[in-house]
Write a protein that binds this ligand. Structure first.
Ligand code: G1P
Ligand code: ZN
Length: 543
């Protein structure tokens, strides 16, 4: 079959430091746009001739079209085989799993995560390396530089490949193997968790609701929860991936997963609720009228890890992103294992996981995961909770409250100011950085400042240093205020303020979060002069 070399013009691909190239579908539909990015990746990679590429996406609008293009380009560029999820489906953690299990050269994942999908919404693409994790910074920098110089791409002149029937077919000398997107992932989950115990749990009166949000995890949840684990049909809601996610916003939080919250909080509703995002890497878990913060979730999972067969040996360590609450640190201390504090973004966990220094990791932004793959993993976290619930036979609330009694409670909340004028947001950070040296040892309200800095991270594995990752103000009682600007927002700037207060006294563990944090929130706003500098008197979103 002929291969065409198509002339093109340089463009701006994925900016280094971002998690993939995310743009409107309309942008990706422009001639040569996707092709330019894919060729920029292939131009930079070395030694993939005859090797295997993994390919799949979250099923959003434009997924199938993009896959056909990438298949033809992989063939023209010399890959030997592509493993593609049936129907073009692969969740982000499943793609990571398939890359690792089949020792693939790497993978291309099509997703814009939790951003809405549809003809007028977002599309995205990213490259994952041999370890199954997002391309390291050096690679994304090289691909970005290449995208600005590219003048041609190679593509096989072939018709579309059938993505729906399992099996292998040939495309210009390359094998296209359409695989069950769930099988490898489900098999891995079975090695990590006590499926027998969870089956027993579902065989009794225990009920759960999983909200697939019409995104990629529906097929995984149907197959694993209702299939292998015997949960009754109807346990999974919104379980069919739709190109526009049913018009919803596939981000698992109390606002967007409203169907789930309503179902679980109903008088005769299920005992446990969970949801995942567009591409399946985020998770939210809830009990009856009880929200588990992602920071607490990581801490509870770590404290109960011995209950899951895949984690019954000692944990090597825990890693959390800097703004995540310090609840996991307390567990690490009790377990006498290290706790690493990394900058925001999953890629910083990769080195720690690869080096065997951390077993569990997580972020406050609904991301939890472990060394089993190199992405955060929504359904994995849900299965971990099911494993814990099956062994402890207590409610979600009882388990978390018991955790607080043992370790103390880290009240925690994130306040987001979205769509703020960029100069004003930068002004807040400049103002804060200017105040840092004067803050140490002073009092802010009833809190004494223990340290104030602009977070810098030295990677313990390769020694690389990442600076300016957010302003931290730590207090002597363990409370903390953190400020940083979002790296993923699309309009203007998003200022994130993270507030945390440690409360050791069990008699004071049942306050509403915003009330428990009220004085610290005032201090956070005053110290940063948020109202005066941004014109906002309250945040857009509180989690
Ligand atoms: C946000 C989250 C961060 C997460 C990232 C990608 O980034 O805060 O934890 O890794 O999305 O899912 P931010 O917009 O804060 O830069
Ligand atoms: Zn995601």
């Amino acid at each position: 079959m002929p291969v065409a070399t198509v002339a093109t013009r340089p463009f701006e691909g994925q900016k280094p430091g971002t998690s993939g190239l995310r743009k409107k579908v309309k942008t990706f539909q422009q001639p040569h746009y996707l092709e330019n990015f894919v060729q920029s990746i292939f131009d930079i990679l070395e030694g993939f001739e005859g090797k295997t590429l993994v390919l799949g996406g979250d099923g959003r609008f434009h997924n199938r079209e993009a896959i056909q293009t990438i298949l033809k380009m992989a063939a023209a560029n010399g890959f030997g085989r592509v493993l593609v999820g049936q129907g073009g489906i692969l969740s982000t953690p499943a793609a990571s799993c398939v890359i690792r299990k089949h020792a693939a050269f790497g993978g291309i994942i099509l997703s814009a995560s939790h951003n809405p999908g549809g003809p007028d919404e977002d599309f995205g693409i990213k490259y994952n390396a041999t370890n199954g994790g997002p391309a390291p910074e050096k690679l994304t920098e090289a691909i970005f530089a290449r995208s600005r110089e590219i003048t041609a791409y190679r593509i096989a002149e072939a018709g579309p490949v059938d993505l729906d029937a399992l099996g292998t077919r040939a495309l210009d000398g390359m094998a296209v193997e359409v695989i069950d997107p769930v099988a490898d992932y489900a098999e891995l989950m079975e090695t990590l968790f006590d499926f027998d115990a969870i089956r027993d749990l579902f065989a009794g009166s225990f009920r759960m609701c999983f909200d697939g949000m019409h995104a990629v995890t529906g097929p995984y949840a149907h197959a694993i929860l209702e299939g292998r684990l015997g949960a009754p049909a109807g346990t999974v809601i919104n379980g069919t991936p739709l190109p526009d996610f049913g018009g919803g916003h596939p981000d698992p939080n109390l606002v967007h997963a409203h169907d789930l919250v309503a179902a679980v909080d109903a008088p005769d509703g299920p005992d446990f609720g969970a949801a995942s995002d567009g591409d399946g890497d985020r998770n939210m878990v809830i009990g009856k009228t009880f929200f588990v913060t992602p920071s607490d979730s990581l801490a509870v999972i770590a404290a109960n890890a011995a209950l899951a067969p895949g984690y019954a040996g000692a944990l090597a360590g825990i890693a959390r992103s800097m703004p995540t609450s310090q609840a996991p640190d307390r567990v690490a201390k009790a377990l006498e294992i290290p706790c690493y504090e990394t900058p925001t973004g999953w890629k910083f966990f990769g080195n720690l996981l690869d080096a065997g220094r951390a077993t569990l990791c997580g972020e406050e932004s609904f991301g939890t995961g472990s060394a089993h793959v190199r992405e955060k993993d929504g359904l994995w976290a849900v299965l971990f909770w099911l494993n814990i619930l099956a062994k402890r036979r207590q409610s979600v609330a009882e388990i978390v409250q018991d955790h607080w009694r043992t370790f103390g409670r880290n009240y925690y909340s994130r306040h987001d100011y979205e769509g703020v004028d960029s100069d004003a947001a930068d002004g807040v950070m400049v103002h804060l950085r200017g105040r840092l040296s004067g803050l140490s040892g002073t009092r802010l309200g009833r809190y004494e400042v223990a340290f104030a800095d602009d977070f810098a991270y030295t990677d313990p594995v390769d020694g690389s240093i990442t600076r300016n990752q957010g302003v931290r103000i730590g207090f002597t009682d363990g409370s903390r205020i953190v400020y940083r600007l979002s790296g993923t927002g699309t309009e203007g700037a998003t200022l994130r303020v993270y507030v945390e207060r440690f409360e050791p006294d069990p008699d004071r563990h049942d306050q509403p979060t915003q009330q428990a944090l009220a004085d610290l929130i005032t201090i956070a706003n005053d110290t940063a002069e948020i109202a005066a500098r941004t014109g906002r008197d309250k945040p857009t979103v509180i989690t």
